[in-house]
Design a binder for this molecule. Sequence first.
Ligand code: ZN
Length: 266
Amino acid sequence: MPELPEVQTIVDELNSQIIGKSITSIIENRNGTIISNNKEFKFGKLNKINRRGKYIILKTSHSNIVVHLRMTGKLIYEENLAESSSHSRAEILFLDKTKLIFDDVRTFGKIWILPNAEELSGIKNLGAEPLEKKFDKDYLKEKIQNRKVPIKSLMLEQNIIAGLGNIYVCEILFRAKIHPESFGKNLPETEIENIVRQTKIVLSEAIKHNGTTISDYRRVDGKTGEFQNFLKVYQKDFCECGNKISKIKIAGRSTYFCDECQKLFK
Ligand SMILES: [Zn+2]
């Protein structure tokens, strides 16, 4: 599933390629892909594309188009209007005869059209953006200090940290040398600070390398990301220390860690 660095890469690429284009229409190729209370929405010019958590927000002169890629969603910019993809669920058509295809094999992805993106409850309830100043030791401490829940699960809660998913949480906890089953309430302040620091480092590095392609994630031009070449524990067999990487389930998600390098706080 695309996480913050993948979504940010897509947003950056869309900002350099489709800003200023006028939208003529949005076509739904599969029922249920587009959610909108008003079928008469006007779009106009595409002014800005933002990210909030894993949501992509296309701001036009008259409304907001919000995209969540979920498991397998992709946004593909296509200069030839006649081209399409076999899993095209919706298409945003531009006046200059180019288009943006929403391709989604598993069909969990969604597009909302609404006057204001913040109306969407999924966006309204998001926690801090991990790359912003607000996400610091004090913020994270306040959110996790009373929680008898593995830190791995807490970091996946979108109302605590917006945009993280399974791959990056595994990598961040490895680099912070913290065992994923450590409860939030047992982490000393220095370790919370350590998680915040590593979160910012790992996400920034991943954005620099255009995200991680394990299976489905593709950039707007169809290319893969490159951060999969820098992963240290996710789907790895051995740690750089020589120890075998452990794989367990936490909250139903495969969790990779090194029990030599990562300390359990209990
Ligand atoms: Zn190790």
